[in-house]
Design a protein around this ligand. Structure first.
Ligand SMILES: *Cc1c(COP(=O)(O)O)cnc(C)c1O
Length: 839
């Protein structure tokens, strides 16, 4: 066959519903179930067959379906309502950002993956969901915001389970004409292209535009005819290749991403790297400045001064490091382009403490050094990250490492069922969907009766069970099951039974099989004659993660045992659709990672939006979200660390069974003290306590206030006059670094071995400043008591000595020290230079 080319015939929509095609190209529908239902109702079979894709649905439905909808007054009325709301949303001028963040500079956001909807499979898990949700709330809040990513033609894999429960991976080639994306075009109407050098070849990328509400996402795609066949595969699979492929993809995302922004005319002044994958964007931004005539140091200062880095995982595999050999092959020309040396550039990405196999370019280290602000994704993860990276900040206590935190959130509307939204609307203020982050409005949930909540939850559970049965049936059909086995799917799960959900990536630290540790006990719980419990599992393992796949298989096998059949189910192909079904349909959401490896987790938040309490290890967000007295859910295990994993697993499993049997089950079945409303109390509290605090809206507002606005201000400080202030800072830092070896500090004190509370101690220090001016040095006394670090500035006296009087206010053991560091008012924080000398 000789195919000349492809042509897509666009649907001709009847005028009465004519704007459905416009709406299909805006992901607005992904968080408005009523918008989706318009496409579904054109033809439900097509809608299901093509994975809930509005663009595809419009291409597939026949004119009879269109005409029927266009002449159905009810459909046209719903259409009118949805379009009116869409227009109001798109046209809104009075947004949160216009009121609260007028000084915000345009933000560029880089992420390797985005989970916006199941029909656009360019995500693997939590990181992608977080990025997708961040974009949605940035749109809701009206931020000037442009996300950048890659368009993976084979997406992430579709998971199937074979007859033996072993995961298989299928990559479906995306048909781009059926996606809600359009190529960006030049004024001459050509497709926009950018190019960059990768491994000695020029690689070209097409830039697609994806509308997410009010914002425009840019997606790069190298599958264009002018590229070498190997380079066309760069945007084939997410996390699919080896180290080399990864590095090439990071170059494309970082370097290509900056070029795409520029070429598309998207303004960008504040830069947010969502994980270290995007770290190489700094190379291109420095190169741009060097090309304008700035030196490397000044360019680095400018670039870092407007950049935020978010780290997402303490798991080593999540922190890529590339050998210098590999770097030389791909980035060999960059030091010269940046007017610096290979040694200097690579030193910015080096962490000798973490190297097992020779010198490496660590993306996390590089990203930390290339940004003046950094954060983890929950309070605990902030702490874990400071500890993990403290060796990069010698002279500081872990508590002082400049990595803060913003606790993750989830995009409420994308995951809350329409039924729950309808119910909430009966008690919430009219504009509640714009005020999701305000805790006060959620107090209205108290007005909902137990019966109302139970009613919605019963319906959602019934829908989920129908979905599970259908899903399992499809799997069995594909695996060649017989009639009896197929018929059996109609009896899977019971709507009257307490249902617990567990779904996430099957990374081993998430311990998916913890529940199975004591099968006899589990069997008693599941098969209790009056108060049974059933479980639904789902999740993908990374294709290269055989231990993760073995966990899936183990759950599958257990689910086939006579005592668990129909009561423990594992669904294949966990994606956003399965996620929505589960978080909306189960009674309790379970999570049992090995603390403290879950940086945040977000699926539990989504469950709580729908009134499903969490039953979870006190890790990630749940440490913060869990209320005293288990009012909104329950902990698994204790808030502590273990030296031995087996001991930890045993302790957590024991706690899991114990709480389930003694607390959750009796409460659900209403047997505790005859309090009929006690379960409803937990449900209300789950919604009320989680919806605002863990809304993506709250998260994005935190980012704006803690990072985007300060970086906007910093940019205003550094950029004017051709980077005047940045140059001064850079020169000053270089000079100080040079002088620093000559500087010394010695302290004298009369520290008593014991002291009374409130006792004062006089401490003096003798400083040899070398050639550094006195006002550019700061000496301080540092008191550390437990995890609290207190800093007391020392005054410079006439005679050149430094002195301070410190009061030991509270009883306990103090570590007392004196240290010296260089100081200038315009630093982003006191230890920006990384130079600290202790007496
Ligand atoms: C929310 C979500 C995740 C992340 O959930 P965790 O709690 O972080 O495991 C992963 N995958 C999908 C499809 C999701 O919707």
């Amino acid at each position: 066959m000789n195919i000349l080319g492809k042509v897509t015939v666009l649907p001709k929509l009847p005028a009465a519903i004519g704007r459905l095609s416009e709406l299909a190209y805006n992901l607005y529908w992904s968080w408005e179930p009523r918008a989706c239902s318009l496409y579904r109702d054109l033809n439900p079979d097509i809608w299901e067959t093509y994975g809930h894709n509005p663009v595809r649905t419009l291409l597939e439905v026949g004119s009879e379906d269109m005409d029927r909808a266009a002449t159905d007054p009810e459909f046209v009325r719903r259409y009118g309502e949805v379009m009116a709301e869409f227009d109001a949303y798109m046209g809104k001028q009075d947004t949160w950002a216009s009121r609260h963040a007028a000084d915000l500079k345009p933000v560029a956001y880089f992420s390797m993956e985005y989970a916006l909807h199941e029909s656009l499979p360019i995500y693997s898990g939590g990181l992608g969901v977080l990025a997708g949700d961040h974009c949605k709330s940035a749109s809701d809040l009206g931020l000037p915001f442009t996300p950048v990513g890659l368009l993976f033609h084979d997406g992430y894999f579709r998971q199937t389970l074979g007859r033996d429960g072993w995961q298989e991976e299928k990559y479906d080639r995306l048909d781009l004409t059926t996606l809600p994306i359009r190529p960006i075009r030049t004024p001459e109407h050509d497709e926009l292209r950018i190019s960059l050098e990768i491994g000695g070849r020029t690689v070209t990328a097409r830039v697609w535009q994806l509308n997410v509400g009010r914002i425009r996402m840019l997606l790069l795609d190298t599958d264009v005819p002018e590229n070498h066949p190997d380079d066309r595969l760069l945007t084939s699979r997410l996390y699919g290749g080896d180290q080399e492929m990864r590095l090439k993809q990071y170059m494309l995302l970082g370097i290509g991403g900056v070029r795409a922004l520029r070429a598309a005319g998207a303004p960008a002044e504040v830069w947010h790297m969502n994980e270290g994958h995007a770290g190489l964007l700094n190379l291109e931004r420095i190169r741009e400045r060097v090309e304008q005539g700035l030196d490397f140091r000044t360019a680095h200062e400018l670039t870092a001064g407007s950049t935020l880095f978010t780290t997402h995982t303490p798991v080593p595999a999540g922190n890529d490091a590339f050998s210098w050999d590999l770097m030389d092959r791909y980035l060999g020309s960059w030091p010269a382009q940046l007017h610096t040396t290979r040694e200097h550039l690579y030193s910015l990405a080096r962490s000798e403490a973490m190297e097992d196999h020779g010198p490496a370019f660590n993306m996390t280290v590089f990203s930390l050094r290339m940004s003046r602000m950094a954060n983890g994704v929950s309070k605990l993860h902030g702490q874990v990250s400071r500890d993990m990276w403290k060796h990069l900040y010698p002279g500081l206590y872990p508590e002082e490492v400049p990595i803060g935190h913003v606790t993750n959130g989830a995009h409420n509307l994308s995951f809350t069922s329409q039924r729950m939204r309808d119910l909430l609307s009966t008690v919430m203020p009219e504009d509640w969907t714009e005020r999701l982050h305000e805790p006060e409005i959620w107090q209205n949930v108290e007005q909902l009766s137990g019966a109302q909540l139970a009613g919605v939850q019963r319906e959602m559970k019934a829908e989920m069970i129908a979905f599970v049965r259908h899903h399992q049936r499809e799997m069995l059909l594909r695996n060649g099951a017989g009639a009896a086995e197929l018929a059996y799917t109609d009896t899977l799960l019971s709507p009257d039974v307490l249902t617990i959900g567990f779904a996430r990536r099957f990374a081993t630290y998430k311990r998916a099989t913890l529940l199975l540790r004591d099968r006899e006990r589990l069997s008693r719980i599941v098969n209790h004659p009056e108060r049974p419990v059933q479980f639904v599992f789902a999740g993908k393992a990374h294709p290269a993660d055989n231990p993760g796949k073995a966990l899936i298989q183990e759950i599958y096998r257990v689910s086939q045992l006579p005592e668990f059949r129909g009561k423990i189910v594992i669904l294949e192909n966990y994606d956003m659709h399965v996620a929505r079904r589960l978080v909306q349909g189960v009674d309790v959401w379970m999570n049992n990672p090995r603390r403290p490896l879950e940086a945040s987790g977000t699926s539990g938040m989504k469950a709580s939006f729908n009134g499903s309490p969490n039953f979870s290890v006190l890790d990630g967000w749940w440490v913060e979200g869990h209320l005293e007295g288990n009012a909104n859910g329950w902990p698994i295990g204790e808030e502590r660390e273990y030296a031995d994993q087996a001991v930890q697993d045993d302790a957590d499993a024991f706690s899991l069974y114990q709480t389930l049997e003694q607390t959750i089950v009796p409460l659900y079945y209403g047997e505790r003290g005859g309090e009929a409303d006690s379960w409803a109390g937990v449900v209300r509290s789950a919604i009320e306590s989680v919806s605002a605090r863990f809304s993506m809206q709250r998260q994005v507002i935190d980012y704006v206030q803690c990072y985007y606005l300060p970086l906007s201000a910093r940019r205003n400080l550094l950029v004017p006059g051709g980077g005047q202030r940045a140059r001064e800072l850079a020169e000053w830092k270089a000079w100080i670094a040079n002088q620093w070896p000559q500087v010394s500090v010695a302290a004298s004190h009369h520290l008593p071995a014991t002291a009374e509370p409130g006792e004062q101690v006089q401490i003096t220090a003798q400083v040899n400043p070398g050639r550094i001016a006195a006002e550019e040095l700061r000496a301080e006394v540092v008191l550390r008591r437990g995890h609290r670090v207190e800093r007391v500035p020392m005054q410079r006296r006439e005679d050149g000595e430094y002195a301070a009087t410190v009061a030991l206010e509270r009883s306990g053991m103090y570590e007392v020290g004196v240290r010296l560091y260089p100081y200038l008012p315009d630093l982003s924080h006191d230890f920006e230079l990384g130079l600290v000398k202790w007496a």
